[in-house]
Design a protein around this ligand. Structure first.
Ligand SMILES: [Zn+2]
Length: 251
């Protein structure tokens, strides 16, 4: 009898400790899984600048998705013999393509830079011949401004540009009906030409950027080039993708 009781209590004890161990191990592995998944996600994030899908599916509470959005960097008023190549170097290093709206008279002597833009996959557009406000001129001279720059770009690249960014965004119905080009404006303007302050430009862009942002910058200022590359680095880490402006205007 005593022996039987002892056996029973030993069996109960085995069950008790067995179930307790099962609970503890489930909890342990659960915590371990969460910990290692988090580590994995952080490592992937650092490696690819984006958070993998699994991180969202598992927990659904992170604010970053695979792609935070698509944005276009656009540069007006160039090319500039010093700052544009510096920008092109930085973009190449980061594998980012941008859109350049060129002033015809700045192409003279900088043809190699224009050719490099084309070779490296950037979009080349028209920004008039001498930064003229096209709506303040006769339609005839406005068209000459546009045509002159188209010819210069075509002479270098072999292709006439499809996109025009009129200086100051000034365009008219009359020009729209006469010029067979697509107008490409912008929706995020950090006033880089006015500020000429890298940190202020970066701050403004980071505070206002969203999916579909078309950022207006000018590659004729060193501060704007430095700001652009910092913007690329910061937004790439947040999961944004950079595209040329034609990819945003199509949608
Ligand atoms: Zn301009």
């Amino acid at each position: 009898m005593v022996r039987w009781k002892w056996r029973m209590s030993r069996r109960l004890a085995v069950w008790f400790w067995g179930i307790l161990a099962l609970f503890l191990s489930a909890d342990f592995y659960g915590r371990l899984y969460i910990f290692t998944s988090g580590q994995h996600a952080a490592a992937e994030n650092a490696a690819h600048s984006e958070v993998p899908e699994i991180y969202n599916e598992s927990f659904g509470e992170t604010e970053h998705s695979g792609s935070a959005g698509v944005i276009a960097l656009t540069f007006d008023d160039g090319p500039h013999e010093i700052y544009t190549p510096r920008l092109l170097d930085g973009l190449k290093e980061r594998g980012v393509r941008a859109s350049f709206f060129l002033i015809g008279q700045n192409i003279d002597g900088n043809e190699d830079i224009v050719l490099r833009m084309q070779k490296e996959g950037h979009l080349i557009g028209n920004h008039s011949q001498s930064h003229m406000q096209l709506t303040a001129e006769s339609v005839k001279s406005a068209c000459e401004q546009i045509e002159g720059t188209n010819q210069k770009i075509e002479a270098v690249t072999g292709m006439a540009p499809e996109y025009i960014r009129p200086p100051y965004g000034s365009w008219s119905d009359e020009l729209e009906s006469m010029v067979p080009m697509t107008v490409a404006l912008w929706n995020l303007d950090p006033l880089d030409w006015k500020l000429q302050d890298k940190d202020a430009v970066v701050r403004h862009v980071l505070a206002h950027v969203e999916n579909g942002s078309i950022i207006l910058l000018h590659d004729i200022y060193g501060t704007s080039v430095d700001a652009a590359l910092e913007i690329v680095d910061t937004l790439s880490q947040k999961g944004y993708e950079f595209v040329t402006i034609d990819e945003l205007l199509v949608e």
